[in-house]
Design a protein around this ligand. Structure first.
Ligand code: NAD
Ligand code: UD1
Length: 340
């Protein structure tokens, strides 16, 4: 298939570009570089040995999006493009609603006009909201969130369901990611957050490499085995493979209009377990202190994984140790992230 990857220069998109090329698909990328650097692209080309056409514009520019679909043959779209920082979304809700919903509107319009019928969408475990019991199961009636970023995912899922219901032939796979971490085993590409990292793994990696003094562990008094929060960390290379599996599943099952799958491991790992795993992988002690809970954090979040396993024939294979070793390879070889 010839697959348009929106946000293909970003963290998950870049790893998925490699997985698609490896599986024999053709890829083209659209990215505004709002949260990524163009220097990721030559690395992807070197790793894959293939030229990757890149279109540098904001998807909300409906004319440019329309022209892209008019000029290029596109069989399927994987839609990663969006803003994703939870804290920032509470400070700039309008920017998040505008960007995340606006890019999806422009994309859906162009897909409709050019009869592109396959879409894989990046959603998040955050759509299960605060009250859902763990492990999270896909078949919940009501999705919700505690922040504007999460609401953009809930809303986009609803929009996609409505559009799919009204568009015979359109197929939408909604993939709800748990906590993506890790990096490609080459150490050439990985997560490159701008500014101070919000998420645990990049923060630990930056402490290990000397960019940050110490990790603040948000809360040591949760009702969990060691008192720190439990999350379902998934290796980004496993996550990327889930997208290839989803594309194949839609192609083999044309009756599917819209369906959601969790992409996680089903295992909860605590903050301190992650710190210790990273120390083992890197050989570097990680300075940390336990501080108060972060607003909006849940004690535990992990997936029920059976649906993806039985239907997509996909399961996460890489361990926490693999996630830490690969993150360390990337971070130690690229302490300041991508150049440029
Ligand atoms: P990322 O920021 O690294 O990648 C997103 C890419 O989209 C960036 O390269 C950015 O420049 C681009 N982009 C943003 N808005 C755009 C626009 N309007 N037009 C064109 N390009 C645009 O993020 P990521 O971690 O790779 O996440 C990819 C997707 O997965 C996002 O939709 C995110 O919400 C979702 N997701 C991520 C996580 C996570 O922890 N990383 C978890 C759940 C869901
Ligand atoms: C966060 C977002 C979630 C988003 C996800 C993307 C919040 C409240 N939630 O999830 O909506 O989908 O990122 O991956 O921001 N931790 C520390 N110290 C740190 C950073 C994190 O102790 O400096 C702890 C957190 O309290 C949590 C765990 O590490 O227990 C994981 O945190 P993080 O990586 O930010 O992911 P989530 O909170 O699960």
């Amino acid at each position: 298939m010839r697959v348009l990857v929106t946000g293909g220069a970003g963290y998950i998109g870049s790893h998925t570009v490699l997985a698609l090329l490896d599986a024999g698909h053709e890829v083209l990328v659209v990215d505004s570089f709002a949260n990524s650097k163009p220097t990721v692209i030559p690395r992807l080309e070197e790793l894959s040995g293939q030229h990757i056409p890149v279109h540098a514009f904001d998807l909300r520019d409906a004319d440019k999006t329309e022209r892209l679909f008019a000029d290029e043959r596109i069989d399927a779209v994987i839609h990663f493009a969006g803003l994703k920082a939870v804290g920032e979304s509470t400070e700039q809700p309008l920017a998040y609603y505008e960007n995340n919903l606006g890019s999806t509107f422009a994309l859906l319009r162009a897909m409709e006009r050019h009869d592109v019928r396959t879409l894989v969408f990046s959603s998040s475990a955050t759509v299960y909201g605060e009250d859902a019991p763990v492990p999270y199961v896909e078949n919940r009636d009501h999705l919700s969130s505690s922040n504007p970023y999460g609401w953009t995912k809930v809303m986009q899922e609803q929009i996609l369901a409505d559009v799919a219901a009204a568009s015979p032939g359109l197929q939408v796979a909604i993939l709800r990611y748990f906590n993506p971490v890790g990096a490609h085993e080459s150490g050439q590409i990985g997560e490159d957050p701008q500014g101070i990292p919000n998420n645990l793994m990049p923060y630990i990696a930056q402490v290990a490499v000397g960019r940050r003094e110490r990790l603040s562990v948000f809360g040591g008094d949760y009702d969990t085995p060691d008192g720190t929060g439990l999350r379902d960390y998934i290796h980004v290379v496993d996550l990327a493979a889930g997208h290839v599996a989803a594309l194949g599943h839609l192609a083999a099952n044309p009756e599917i209009a819209v369906r959601a799958w969790n992409l996680g491991t089903g295992q909860g790992t605590s903050v301190l377990e992650m710190v210790h795993a990273f120390e083992r992988a890197s050989g570097v002690p990680i300075a940390y202190e336990i501080v108060g809970r972060r607003a909006g954090d849940l004690p535990a979040s992990y997936a029920k994984t059976e649906r993806a396993e039985t239907e997509l024939g996909w399961r996460a294979e890489r361990s926490i140790d693999d996630m830490c070793a690969d993150t360390w390879r990337w971070q130690s070889a690229n302490p300041q992230g991508f150049p440029g």
